[in-house]
Design a protein around this ligand. Structure first.
Ligand code: HEM
Length: 224
């Protein structure tokens, strides 16, 4: 098992598997958010009763945070490793190679997403699950109204949408790269996987954007 930590391919493998796990989490998260457009009561039931401070939800949260932790730590290790391996050649070849803009900027895009996640966790997860679990005064149980309050501020919508765009660039390259690493690298399948990854990333990010913008404009809880 030490190859997962010590070897270069092992590290890339861990980075890929944790990335695929996080994409599955985002697919679930974006789908659940769409409920906000239709019915607040159902959303509160899901976010608060099902995914509140019960043990199953807490274990789920720990697993998700672990996935983020591994992905972030390995991204730092791999970036340092790549820079060391390439040295100054990185600069010489940067203008010549035709790698996409996203692939060259995965670390910076990841950093933008990390800053967004920290803000987001403070605004939502900390106010709900964390405060409820640690019995801190003021825990919010009205998840839908909390999200509505945040998106009533146009600057929050701007920050969130800008982060979803960074997420789109990160996911389109990340999905393709992850499957390439785990062994799906013949010519025909790589083209299909690239197309599938682009569609998946677009669906996830469009769902996030739709919720933020529609809630700001008052098009939510439509089936109440
Ligand atoms: C319109 C966009 C989004 C909305 C409305 C939203 C809403 C929420 C809410 C209400 C919670 C708290 C749930 C609870 O504690 O029971 C939450 C948790 C969380 N969100 Fe988001 N979210 C959005 C986008 C994102 C994005 C893009 C990411 C990651 C890149 C993300 C990552 C997380 C994480 C890691 C948690 C904690 C997970 C957990 O408690 O298990 N969210 N979100």
């Amino acid at each position: 098992m030490s190859w997962l930590i010590k070897s270069s391919i092992g590290r890339k493998f861990v980075q890929s598997i944790s990335g695929i796990f996080l994409i599955l989490f985002l697919l679930f998260h974006a789908s659940m958010n769409l409920v906000l457009i239709f019915n607040y009561e159902t959303y509160d039931f899901l976010a608060n009763d099902m995914l509140g401070a019960n043990w199953w939800a807490i274990i789920g949260t720990i697993v998700i945070f672990f996935g983020f932790g591994v992905h972030i730590i390995y991204s730092i290790i791999l970036t340092i490793q790549n820079r060391k391996a390439r040295g100054n050649v990185r600069y010489a070849s940067a203008s010549k190679d035709n790698a996409s803009w996203s692939s060259k900027n995965m670390f910076v895009l990841g950093l933008v997403i990390l800053l967004f996640v920290l803000l987001h966790l403070y605004q939502m997860w900390y106010q709900m699950q964390y405060k409820e679990f640690f019995m801190i005064e003021g825990a919010r149980h009205d998840s839908a109204i909390l999200v509505e309050e945040i998106f009533s501020n146009v600057w929050m919508v701007v920050i969130y949408v800008a982060s979803f765009i960074a997420l789109w660039f990160h996911l389109t390259h990340g999905f393709w790269s992850a499957l390439h690493t785990v062994g799906w690298n013949n010519d025909i399948w790589m083209k299909r996987i690239k197309a599938f990854g682009n569609v998946l990333a677009s669906l996830i990010c469009l769902a996030f954007i739709a919720v933020a913008v529609l809630m700001h404009l008052g098009y939510s809880n439509l089936l109440a």
